[in-house]
Design a protein around this ligand. Structure first.
Ligand code: AMP
Length: 187
């Protein structure tokens, strides 16, 4: 099973991906987490992406595609991958399709979390207080939302053309959203 958790920054992708990991034993493939890990470890990659991430811009397709490719065998062994924060551009989505195809796999469902813009800002502010991420500032968040609208939203027609999108209401409590996702996946 290969699921994309799709939505703007602050939609709850990370939270819901973790719940699917504990509920179903699948592997969460979050490029944002992988990049933050590289920064914490002080690797060359981490140093290269630090400024880009902190201002809310996207790192290159090449970097994130390589990170994902490396982790596919692990997800396959676990019986499922939850792509979280990837793909974020049409080029990434095309690369993912061909990587999966090369392994005899495909994306099964794109769960699109639909959340109001005001709620996204409120969640970002809450996360800023809790986690202190450098890109959870008003300025960086504006850049992230713009990048989402310009570069990531075109994935909606891309996946809709493949008949893969399941819209899920991402407003309200985490438990309610988890229940809606489960319904969409088990449909
Ligand atoms: P996230 O935790 O998914 O919000 O990602 C945090 C930051 O990591 C993003 O704002 C980007 O700078 C970078 N990043 C994560 N995933 C990607 C991706 N698929 N493509 C490009 N940049 C990414």
């Amino acid at each position: 099973m290969n699921i994309v958790l799709f939505g703007p920054p602050g939609a709850g992708k990370g939270t819901q991906a973790k719940r699917l990991v504990s509920g179903r034993g699948w592997v969460q493939l979050s490029t944002g987490d992988m990049l933050r890990d590289a920064r914490k470890a002080g690797t060359e990659l981490g140093r290269r992406v630090a400024d880009i991430m902190d201002r809310g811009d996207l790192v290159s397709d090449e970097i994130v595609i390589a990170l994902i490719a490396e982790r596919l065998p692990e997800a396959e062994a676990a019986g499922g991958a939850i792509f979280d924060g990837f793909p974020r551009t049409v080029a990434q989505a095309e690369a993912l399709d061909s990587l999966l195809e090369g392994r005899g796999q495909k994306i099964d469902t794109v769960v699109r979390l639909v959340v109001d813009q005001d709620e996204l800002v409120a969640r970002m502010e809450k996360r800023a207080a809790e986690e202190g991420r450098a890109d959870d500032t008003v300025d960086a968040f504006k850049v992230r939302l713009k990048n989402y609208n310009d570069q990531t939203a075109p994935l909606i027609p891309f996946y809709a053309a493949q008949g893969k999108i399941a819209d899920v209401d991402g407003m309200g409590g985490m438990d309610d959203v988890s229940a809606r996702i489960a319904e969409a996946l088990d449909d």
